[in-house]
Design a protein around this ligand. Structure first.
Ligand code: PHE
Ligand code: ZN
Length: 878
């Protein structure tokens, strides 16, 4: 038996700790060489705890320097300190103060968990288990306490000293040192602790809350970057106003601080009153950031801010409940973006993301329920399933309960659980209690993995004017879950009449229909609609009302009819995608499409582009053909990525050939002469123009030159990057020169360098593997920075299936060699890159075998972190 299984942690083993921590006082003395942390924890046994029960505190890589209880140093036999923590053998059976002192070396901390240095700045990352790398503690989310934090540091290197909560004192500390004292009155778990000390610039602003309290806002950054923080600040103020409007949630401290750092494992972190951000999600200027970057900044600023209520005020009882805060907060940030921009465009964007990233996870060896029941390494569960599928579950709740019923449940959640560390069950319960409904079966969405497949068939009887619609669901087995009871699937729908307008009916029987939502809660349901005047076309899953895959035999003509006439914009887009995906997946499997089919698809696309009632951003999404990954998922097994890429290219050529000149005219017309603005209208116009460019480059002989011209004349990063990335992706004759120019033009800007790394790694040319090797081997490549590594390697494994999954194994070998090195430095980054192997089981046998042996070799030849071995074991199925 593998030793790792001994580390498996099960939800069913959850138990509260025998002791609780009542208050926390931390005293940091930060010096260039080392940092001393003194912790004073007020601790007490729970009423039910037997006297003599040991107290086991977590610690990771700490060395204990001194220890005392109520001011008296402990004798050696009273405690035991090792690599994994500190045990007090027989603590007092009453409230007592434990004082410990440890020394840290933040500059040597390259895992970026705990206290580390990024550039010159000292900063922390504690979620999920980083606090135990700072001091001995009950480092789990169900231990909540108020924190008081004193920071002392050299004034010259660290004039800025920040922690959670409100600043209550500051001053001189002698010897060139100064101090700050922060107090966070809201009891919080250790994973929300944060500290920043450094020489930073800032911008400030303020927000007056709905009850009239003034909150001071600040964003801290490297000196010189202040003006690039303005869009983030604007996003923050809009987020604060939105949460008041939409959910009645007001901010609760006197200050809200954000700090941008360059070395960060994730996007950003919601520490109470002191959010810490990966700087790529803060900095924006028209010359260096794309429209997509602006959109992401707005979304993530909102996401972290929204966590103040869904995450901080109400937190998780244990890490199995991660989805409680993440799924809900993603739902809230998606709603924010929908309200601030265009709802259908946002929805399409989110669904594209779900299909591209979450569906492959849910359909492969890494599949897990949104609320898992076991893990070996919690860091491997910050997944698209927990986040994005988690959000879809909350969205389905709102669809089933209606907006008012959903809001009633949320209000009750905030009222009942403020200050709690709670569970998914408690979350479900508030919606049951507020609406008087039973959601037991609905809760299966949290407990079962896998993407349900819904099969649709229908028949119309003109004699009786009766329409029958059959819907049946089935979910394939996933790891540890062979059989699955049916899900509750909300199907938002409408019937579309022959002239394209909505059709009514006089009665419906055979299943549950709530207004425009069919509730599919059994394996199969047949609905009978009476009084249906003509044969209708069903428009199902409007707005993507459930995260399922739909299997239907609707013919191409009917799909394209919906693409033209459906009153639901999401389904118009989706009908086009379904039609294209079907043709492409058949083409990739050697079943050629007909010329008529391509003509019909082209007509629908052209009509969409010309429709004056649709906005540009929507049109851009409509003309973007499904990606290679989506086509591969449709094929399902025995996938040959070369054949997929070839089919996609061939399809674009055939689509574009007769209309190239017209598309190019449209492309020219869409040129923008106004100064750059990241607003939705301008960004939409640019995305349509760049979508057309993409078709022209892939589909015409002269497209490569058009892209090169756009690259040279671009006045903003969106257009310049699009021109380069499209050229690289199609490996045009101009691509190498554009990549070369981009690299030197922006040398010295690390976030723009990331864009070069990504575009270069996604190019499908045969030289890409060697190019990545050379980039990695260059002596000045910043090999400990997560953004650089991910831009280069995660982009390659996730979006270059042709070269990553090369039949000769060269792509796999390059990646596993790189991962072996990265894993020694930063296991979280390493294991993330390895998740790219999750599509192995769907590949044709030679590629699959090559991938498996690369992973087996990596596992056999290196002593890997728990993070990386967990991913490999699960992908290989053991
Ligand atoms: N909790 C962060 C979020 O907002 C993500 C995160 C997880 C950041 C772990 C750092 C470490 O989603
Ligand atoms: Zn989050």
């Amino acid at each position: 038996m593998r030793t790792e299984t001994e580390h498996t942690i099960y939800l069913k083993d959850y138990a509260p700790t025998p002791y609780r921590i009542v208050t926390v006082e931390l005293d940091f003395k930060i010096l260039e060489e080392k940092t001393r942390v003194r912790a004073q924890l007020t601790i007490e046994p729970r009423p039910e705890t037997e006297p003599g029960t040991p107290l086991v505190l977590d610690g990771d890589g700490l060395t204990l320097d001194s220890i005392a209880i109520d001011g008296l140093p402990l004798v050696l036999s009273a405690y035991l300190a090792d690599e994994n923590g500190l045990t007090l053998v027989e603590p007092p059976h009453r409230r007592f103060v434990l004082e410990t002192e440890v020394f840290l070396d933040p500059a040597a901390n390259k895992k970026l968990m705990g206290l580390y240095r990024s550039g010159g700045t000292w900063c922390t990352q504690c979620e999920p288990e980083g606090f135990r790398r700072i001091t001995y503690y009950l480092d789990r989310p169900d231990i909540l306490a108020p924190f008081k934090v004193r920071i002392t540091a050299p004034l010259a290197v660290a004039p800025v000293l920040l922690s959670n909560g409100n600043l209550i004192d500051k001053g001189d500390a002698g010897d060139g040192l100064h101090f700050a004292l922060w107090e966070d009155p809201f009891p919080k778990p250790s994973y929300l602790f944060a500290l920043v000390a450094g020489n930073l610039g800032s911008i400030t602003d303020s927000f007056t809350t709905m009850s009239g309290r003034k909150v001071d806002l600040a964003i801290y950054c490297t000196h010189g970057k202040e003006s690039e923080c303005l869009y983030a600040m604007d996003s923050l103020k809009r987020s604060m106003a939105w949460d008041e409007r939409r959910f009645g949630r007001e901010y609760d401290l006197d200050v809200f601080n954000i700090v941008a750092v360059s070395d960060f494992n994730f996007g950003a972190m919601e520490n109470k009153g002191l959010n810490i951000f990966n700087d790529k999600l803060v900095f924006a200027s028209p010359e260096t950031a794309s429209d997509a970057n602006y959109g992401n900044i707005e979304r993530v600023i909102a996401h972290e801010y929204f966590h103040n209520w869904t995450g901080d005020r109400i937190t998780c009882r244990d890490w199995f409940q991660l989805c409680l805060k993440e799924g809900l907060t993603v739902y809230r940030d998606q709603e924010f973006s929908s309200d601030e921009r265009s709802r259908p465009v946002q929805r399409i964007h989110d669904v594209q993301n779900l299909r591209t990233l979450q569906f492959p996870e849910d359909g492969g060896p890494l599949a897990h329920p949104p609320r898992p029941d076991r893990y070996r390494e919690i860091n491997n569960f910050y997944t698209t399933t927990v986040y994005e599928k988690g959000s879809e579950i909350v969205r389905m709740l709102s669809t089933l309960l209606g907006e008012a019923g959903f809001r009633k449940g949320m209000d009750l959640y905030f009222e009942r659980h403020d200050g709690d560390a709670t569970t998914i069950e408690a979350f479900i319960k508030v919606f049951e209690d507020a609406n008087g409904v039973d959601l037991a079966q609905f809760a299966q969405w949290y407990l079962q993995a896998g993407t349900p497949e819904v099969t649709v068939s229908d028949e119309y009887d003109s004699a009786t004017q009766t329409y029958r619609l059959n819907l049946s669901q089935k979910t394939k087995p996933t790891p540890n879950q062979p059989d699955k009871p049916p899900f509750v699937i909300p199907v938002r729908f409408g019937l579309v009449g022959p002239n394209g307008s909505p059709m009514g009916w006089s009665g419906v029987s055979g299943g549950t229909v709530q207004e425009d939502v069919i509730v599919l809660d059994e394996e199969s349901v047949t609905l009978t609609f009476t009084g249906v005047a003509n044969k209708p076309v069903p428009s199902l899953f409007r707005g993507f009302s459930a995260p399922v895959r739909v299997v239907s035999n609707m013919d191409l003509e009917t799909l394209l009819f919906l693409a033209r006439h459906d009153s639901d914009p999401f389904n118009r887009w989706d009908a086009l995608q379904t039609a294209a995906t079907r043709l492409l997946s058949e083409g990739a499997q050697g079943r050629a499409w007909t010329g008529d089919a391509v003509d019909a698809l082209r007509d629908a696309l052209v009509e969409t582009v010309q429709d004056p009632s649709l906005d540009d951003a929507f049109k851009a999404q409509a003309i973007s053909l499904p990606g290679e990954g989506v086509i591969a998922r449709q094929i399902g097994e025995n996938v040959d990525p070369d054949a997929v890429a070839r089919a996609r290219r061939q399809m674009i050529r055939e689509l574009v050939a007769p209309v190239g000149a017209a598309l190019e005219r449209r492309y020219e017309e869409l040129t923008i002469s106004d100064p750059y603005s990241p607003d939705a209208a301008q960004a939409g116009r640019r995305s349509l123009r760049n979508g057309l460019l993409s078709l022209l480059v892939a589909g015409t002989e002269t497209g490569g030159q058009l892209a090169a011209r756009q690259y040279e004349t671009a006045s903003n990063m969106t257009d310049r990057y699009a021109a380069m990335a499209i050229s690289a992706h199609n490996w045009t004759g101009e691509a190498p020169a554009l990549l070369g120019d981009f690299r030197t033009r922006f040398a010295g800007d690390p976030l723009v360098f990331d864009k070069w790394l990504t575009a270069s790694a996604q190019a499908p040319d045969d030289g890409v593997v060697e190019r990545i090797r050379a980039t990695l081997a260059a002596p000045d490549f910043p090999r400990t920075n997560p953004n650089r590594l991910r831009s280069l390697l995660a982009s390659f494994v996730m979006s270059n299936p042709v070269q990553f999954a090369r039949a000769d194994g060269a792509g796999y070998a390059m990646v596993t060699e790189a991962v072996a090195e990265i894993d020694k430095v930063n296991p979280q980054v390493a294991s993330r890159i390895l998740t790219g192997f999750r599509t192995l089981p769907s590949l044709e046998s030679a590629r699959q075998a090559a991938g498996r042996s690369a992973l087996e070799a990596l596992r056999a030849q290196h002593k890997l972190s728990r993070n990386s071995s967990d991913i490999i074991d699960r992908i290989l199925g053991n």
